[in-house]
Ligand binder design. Structure first.
Ligand code: FAD
Length: 437
């Protein structure tokens, strides 16, 4: 009987173990389900990128991608019945909603096999464990164990296009165009360009938002336009730093798999008692932060890069997140929600747990008392000021690194909304209160 290949976060045709498994059974119907429970909270940038990925996938499938809309628990059995499918194939989902949904779908399918093969990670979350079976709580030992665990080589063979089935009456892929090139071909091209160019200087340039020093692969990795296995098989022994970044992605997926509550709750429960500001004044400061109008140039440049490009450099994500939590005393989840709405690469595991890392309440977190100074961070990582000038037009007339000097900025640029030295002390006092009680 035919099989259904239900695509989710694996929107590619090459190196796709679940697809190969589906094709083993005979004819394959390629399916994507538009599920409002995932789409509604996603935010425009992520939705548009997804739709462009679906268009690219449909093109690569010769126009045969069947798109349905609704709750997968209802849609999958309906379609399976219609084509008399014997099995439904997926790449395993590791997120809290995905896992719960898949269990519902598996039950609703009754006698039809629900087959999970692979996942969007080199090692499926939940597999790397300490000798006593417990999950890792610290990154470095996780990375060692993850490397020891290893992963399969990229699959070379593809699926013969004669196997694709089509079905009438599908939904149209919603309109809307992403600011980023989407799809498998664009992902592979981005990877090859990065590998053959920027990667050689990654160790030094990755922290420099004023340079084009990172891969910009995050959205492709999120949607599986490209599998991390492909990258890991392709990098050389000298590329340890890049490999470690991929390991962080796997670590956070693993943490979320073991503790789905950390999408919303502090990983370190001691922080449940931490005092946040949530009143009207905090809301106004939060709005200023969202709009990139805090009066701290590197923070504002980052927040405006997010709005302009649906993406932000990693170093600046750390700086703006620290500023929100430790200078404005706003709960980390307000910032995380804003990121998830605006980032093209918004990813529950990477986003929530990076926020928690910055806020000091996450896994092997940056100690809470190590508070970023937004001025010296700017001077260090955007030394010539080019990054700030690119995103903050009011500061274009300020030369060189003077762009980071708060007392020398033009009048049409906002005055600092808070005093860093003072807020730093407030944060440390609040931390002391939960540390000692
Ligand atoms: P590169 O430097 O080229 O790294 C290669 C890949 O490694 C990335 O594509 C990503 O998949 C992975 N990676 C790198 N750094 C991290 C990290 N710290 N944690 C997890 N994975 C990492 N990344 C997301 O993919 N989605 C998010 O929603 C997200 N939210 C973040 C929120 C905050 C507050 C912070 C500090 C970081 C967040 N990150 C997130 C991690 C990181 O900033 C992005 O993955 C990175 O900036 C993407 O750009 P790149 O592909 O050029 O990265």
């Amino acid at each position: 009987p035919p099989a259904i290949m239900w695509f989710r976060r694996d929107l590619r045709l090459s190196d796709h173990p679940a697809l190969l498994a589906a094709a083993d059974s005979g004819e394959v119907l390629p399916l994507f389900v538009l599920d409002d429970r995932l789409l509604k909270p996603a935010g425009e940038p992520r939705r548009r990128f997804l739709y462009d990925c679906l268009r690219a996938l449909d093109h690569d499938l010769g126009g045969r991608l069947h798109v349905a809309r609704g709750d997968p628990e209802r849609v999958l059995p309906e379609i399976a019945k219609k084509i008399e499918a014997g099995s439904v194939h997926v790449s395993a989902d590791a997120g809290p909603y995905g896992r719960e949904r898949d269990e519902r779908v598996r039950k609703a399918l009754g006698n039809i096999d629900f087959v999970r093969t692979g996942s969007p990670y080199a090692v499926t979350p939940g597999r790397v464990r300490k000798q006593d079976g417990e999950p890792y709580r610290v990154f470095t030992p996780f990375r060692t164990a993850w490397l020891d665990h290893g992963w399969r080589k990229p699959a070379q063979s593809g699926v013969d296009s004669a196997r694709w089935m089509s079905l009438k009456g599908g939904e149209k892929i919603p309109a809307g165009k992403s600011k980023h090139h989407a799809g498998e071909e664009a992902a592979l091209e981005a990877w090859q360009d990065f590998r053959d160019g920027v990667l050689a200087d990654y160790d030094t340039d990755r922290d420099r938002p004023d340079r084009n020093g990172t891969s910009r692969l995050s959205a492709y990795l999120h949607w599986g336009c490209l599998h991390p296995r492909t990258l890991l098989a392709d990098i050389r022994p000298g590329n340890e730093t890049f490999r470690s970044e991929l390991a962080w992605r796997e670590f956070y997926a693993d943490v979320l798999w073991h503790q789905p509550n950390t999408a919303r709750e502090n990983y370190d429960r001691k922080f449940d008692r931490f005092e946040h500001d949530t009143g009207q004044a905090a809301r106004e400061r939060f709005e200023a932060w969202c709009a990139g109008r805090t009066g701290y140039p590197i923070v504002d440049a980052g927040m405006r890069q997010l709005l302009a490009e649906d993406w932000m450099h990693n170093r600046v994500r750390m700086i703006v997140a620290s500023f929100l939590v430790k200078d404005l005393h706003v709960p980390w989840w307000w910032g995380a929600r804003h990121f998830m709405r605006h980032l093209v690469d918004g990813d529950l595991a990477s986003n929530q747990l990076n926020w928690q890392w910055v806020a000091g309440c996450g896994t092997d977190a940056a100690p809470y008392f190590r508070i970023f100074n937004p001025v010296t961070q700017g001077e260090k990582f955007d030394a010539g000021g080019d990054y700030v000038r690119k995103y903050v037009p009011e500061l274009r007339g300020v030369q060189g690194k003077a762009v980071h000097k708060l007392d020398k900025l033009p009048k049409d640029y906002p005055a600092p909304i808070v005093d860093h030295a003072h807020e730093r002390r407030v944060s440390l006092d609040r931390y002391d209160a939960i540390r000692t009680t």
